[in-house]
Design a protein around this ligand. Structure first.
Ligand code: GAP
Length: 489
C-alpha cells in the first residue's frame, strides 16, 4: 500500500479527540516526539503490555521477568558500545562556530520554505533528507545543505564543515555536587532496556536457578534523541520497549534465532492482527552488536515499517561487560556434550534478543482497527468511525446503557456493572440517544454495548449489540459476563 499520510492524520486526530494520545505538555505547545497517553490510551497500552508479558513469561517454562532501573552505571554504555557507536549526524558553521543537528538545520529551512508558501519544495526537501539519513549518506546530506543554500541563522553564511556524528543518548548529571562539565557525574537515560537485563544475567541465573536455555524479559522506558521524529508515536524520544534476552549455548544460535522469529510473529497473529500486514525484513546493515538481525515489519499507514527486531547478539554484550567490569559473566553447563562425552563446562552464553516497541505496537493496533465506514442506505446517509480492536485489547470491554434515566433502569445498569467490573473494564453512559451512544462506543472501540430497557424489568433480559456487525440480540443478564469473557480470553 502506498504511504497514506491522510489516514495517519485521521488517526492522530481521533486519538486526541477520544482520549487515547495527547501531545506532551500541550498547553506549552507540546514537545517534539513526546506524547502522553490519555484515559483510553493508557488502558489500551496496558492491555498490549499484559498480553506480551503473559505470553513471554507466564506461558513460558524458562523465561522470567525483571524491572531494572532506568539509570545505570555509565560504564554500562561504554561496554555496550552505545557511547561510541550510537550516533546521528551534525554540522558546524565555520564563521559562527555554531553547531547544528543536520536534521534541525534542514527542518528549519523547510519550515521557512513552507512559511513562504513553497509547500511542495518544503516537503521534497524533508523527503530527500529522510532518505539520505536512512542510508547514512553524509556526503549527500552535505550536498543537500549546499545546493539549497541553507544558511546559519547567526552568521548568515553557508560556510559549513563536513558532517560528523552525534550521539543519540540523553545525558544528565547524577548526585548533588554535579556540574555539567564534570564528566565523572555524567549519566545516561537508557537508550534500550536490554542492558538492564545483561548486567543482571548472573543475578537472575543464580537466584532463579535458571538452566540454559532461558530468557529474561523486561518492559520499560527507553530514551533516544531521535534525529527524524515526525511520525507521531512511530518514532519518539521517550518510548517504551518490551524486550527479552534468551541465553543459549554457543553453536545453537541459528536454530534459536529461527525459533524466535517464528514465535514472535505467531504472537502478533494470535492477537487477531491480519497476516497480510506482516512481513520479515532481514538486515543487511547490522547494528554494532548483531551477528544476524531481522525486523518484523507491519504495514502502518506510512507503509511497511519495523515493528519488532529479532537479533542474534552472540556473546557481544556479556563479553563486553565481563571485560569492562572485570567480573566473570560465565555459566557452568553440566549437560554432557555428546561429541566429547564430557560436560560443556564454562562459557559465556550467546543471546537471541526479541525487542518490540510498545508504542509502535500501539500504533499498529490502532491503525489496523481504525475504520471510516459508510452505512448509507437508500433512505438515509449514515457513516461511523469505528475502532475494531481485538476484544482482548479494547480499553473498554462492555458499555452498559440504560434506555432512559428513570424508571429504575439506571439502577439495573449499575447492578450489571457491579457484577462484571472485577472481571473486565465496564463503562456506564446515560447521556444522549442510544444511537449516539453506540457511535461513541464504536469510536472508542468497545466491542459490546448492553442496553437496559423496560422489558429488562419484566424478564431480566438486555440487548447486546456487537460492535463489528452492529447486530443486536436479546440475552439474559446472567449470560452477559460469559459472553464477554469468552471473547477476551
Ligand atoms: N535492544 C535492541 C534495540 O533496542 P532497536 O531496533 O533499536 O533494538 C527495538 O529497537 C524496537 O524498539 C524497534 O523495533 C521499535 O519497535 C522500538 N523503537 C526503537 N526506537 C524507537 C523510537 N524512537 N520510538 C518508538 N519506538 C522505537
Amino acid at each position: 500500500m502506498a504511504t497514506d499520510t491522510n489516514t495517519l492524520q485521521a488517526i492522530i486526530s481521533h486519538a486526541k479527540e477520544y482520549g487515547f494520545i495527547f501531545p506532551s505538555s500541550e498547553i506549552y505547545d507540546g514537545l517534539q516526539a513526546v506524547y502522553d497517553y490519555g484515559q483510553m490510551g493508557s488502558e489500551l497500552k496496558k492491555n498490549i503490555k499484559d498480553a506480551w508479558w503473559k505470553s513471554m513469561t507466564q506461558l513460558q517454562d524458562n523465561i522470567v521477568g525483571i524491572d531494572a532501573a532506568i539509570f545505570m552505571h555509565p560504564t554500562t554504555w561504554k561496554a555496550s558500545g552505545h557511547v561510541d557507536n550510537f550516533n546521528d549526524p551534525m554540522i558546524d558553521n565555520k564563521d559562527s562556530k555554531k553547531r547544528y543537528r543536520v536534521d534541525h538545520l534542514i527542518e528549519g529551512h523547510a519550515e521557512q520554505l513552507k512559511a513562504d508558501g513553497k509547500e511542495k519544495e518544503s516537503e521534497d526537501l524533508l523527503a530527500a533528507m529522510d532518505a539520505l539519513i536512512a542510508k547514512d549518506d553524509f556526503a549527500g546530506l552535505k550536498d543537500l545543505i549546499d545546493s539549497n543554500k541553507i544558511k546559519c541563522a547567526i552568521s548568515g553564511t553557508c560556510n559549513w564543515t563536513d558532517i560528523r556524528q552525534f550521539n543519540l543518548m540523553f545525558s544528565t548529571e547524577f548526585g548533588s555536587t554535579a556540574s555539567s562539565d564534570d564528566a565523572d557525574n555524567k549519566i545516561y537515560l537508557r537508550p534500550e532496556t536490554a542492558q538492564g537485563i545483561f548486567v543482571n544475567f548472573l543475578n537472575v541465573q543464580k537466584t532463579g536457578r535458571m538452566k540454559i536455555p532461558f530468557g529474561i524479559a523486561q518492559i520499560g522506558k527507553a530514551f533516544r534523541n531521535e534525529i527524524v521524529a515526525r511520525q507521531f508515536i512511530f518514532r519518539m524520544r521517550e518510548f517504551e520497549q518490551m524486550e527479552m534476552q534468551f541465553f543459549i549455548r554457543p553453536g545453537t544460535q541459528d536454530e534459536w534465532y529461527e525459533f524466535w522469529k517464528a514465535e514472535r510473529l505467531k504472537w502478533h497473529l494470535s492477537l487477531g492482527l491480519p497476516a497480510e500486514k506482516y512481513r520479515y525484513h532481514d538486515h543487511v546493515k547490522l547494528a554494532h552488536y548483531a551477528k544476524a538481525a531481522c525486523d518484523i515489519e507491519f504495514e502502518f499507514p506510512i507503509g511497511f515499517k519495523e515493528l519488532e527486531g529479532i537479533h542474534s547478539r552472540g556473546d557481544f554484550d556479556l563479553s563486553q561487560h565481563q571485560e569492562y567490569s572485570k567480573k566473570k559473566q560465565q555459566y557452568f553447563d553440566n549437560d554432557v556434550d555428546p561429541a566429547t562425552g564430557k560436560p560443556y563446562g564454562n562459557y559465556i552464553p550467546y543471546v537471541i534478543e526479541t525487542s518490540i516497541g510498545l508504542d509502535r505496537m500501539f500504533l499498529a493496533v490502532m491503525s489496523n482497527a481504525y475504520m471510516e465506514q459508510d452505512l448509507s442506505t437508500a433512505e438515509k446517509q449514515d457513516s461511523r468511525v469505528v475502532l475494531k480492536f481485538p476484544a482482548k485489547l479494547a480499553p473498554i470491554k462492555m458499555a452498559v446503557l440504560p434506555l432512559t434515566k428513570k424508571d429504575g433502569l439506571p439502577e439495573i445498569a449499575a447492578g450489571i456493572i457491579n457484577s462484571c467490573k472485577s472481571s473486565f473494564r465496564c463503562f456506564y453512559e446515560e447521556k444522549d440517544s442510544i444511537g449516539k451512544r453506540y457511535r461513541r462506543m464504536d469510536a472508542l472501540g468497545t466491542p459490546f454495548c448492553v442496553t437496559v430497557d423496560h422489558q429488562t424489568k419484566e424478564d431480566n433480559t438486555v440487548t447486546i449489540r456487537y460492535r463489528d456487525s452492529m447486530e443486536q440480540e436479546r440475552i439474559p443478564i446472567d449470560k452477559l459476563k460469559e459472553v464477554v469473557l469468552q471473547a477476551i480470553e
